[in-house]
Write a protein that binds this ligand. Sequence first.
Ligand SMILES: [Zn+2]
Length: 307
Amino acid sequence: MTGELNMNRSCYTARPFGGAFTQKFSGIFSPVSWLSGIPILMYHEVAERDEVDELARWTQRGYILVREDFDRQMAFLAAEGFQSVSLNDLYNWSQGQASLPPKPVVITFDDGFAGNYRHAFPILQRHGFGAAFFVVTNRIDEPFMMRWSELSEMHRQGMEIESHTANHPLLSTLTKERTRDEFVGSKRMLEDKLGGATRFLSLPNGDSNPFYVPVVKAAGYLGGCGSQFGFNTPSTDHFFWRRIAVKHEIGFDGFRDLLLRRRSTMLYHAAKAAAKTAVARTLGKKTYDRLYNLVFGVQEQDKSKQQ
Ligand SMILES: [Zn+2]
């Protein structure tokens, strides 16, 4: 049962094997991006406290936020004067075609879990925030996942519903044709069901391959989110936007310190991200994935099912 979802490893690192080493780390330790870059928050699931154990069978426990904790984070953002901006706003700003409010933040959710609608959506609305929800189109309507009717309602209320592929494969396991199928198929399905254009995506597990950028550009996507830690400036590659993973264990203080850009907190996260990337490179991706699953107690996926 668990394996059927094919998404039990959540996003943890961006393109550990694509591009030059220097490219991967550029900006992570940059005080300029820390001071002026735009934060994109990456959430996965929000749940009632007594739902966490059950949900942890389907995704990493660390990526499940208790409803009250998520509410407190949103209340903090509102009290501090943060304003949510859409991916479309971020893209236009990155192209020099628009300006952003003084304290912008982009709020994103990966995977399309049911609590995104049930718990996160009303809290976002109460605080006046918009968000982008990256959904796996072939998983919609499955148990524990959002339904099409819920996505339609969120879309009508101004939320961005975007692609997290059709089946949540690791891109590094895909051919060019399969890569195209995942992004074109999910885009078409979202556009058919919800109306409007799907312009943005997030990479499953932050993983990539050499075909990804040309394929999604040709398909009409404008930008995409990876999972590597960092803030975004106009020079950040807009097909690998950096994100801040909001995991349960960072706690409220950790969340506040990141958003307030406390130097020691940023250094800690940047060093951790760099170390992860370096370890993945050294071990090789498959070994790294296996170790990661072992450590975090989630099941190894049957790669053949993802093809
Ligand atoms: Zn994912």
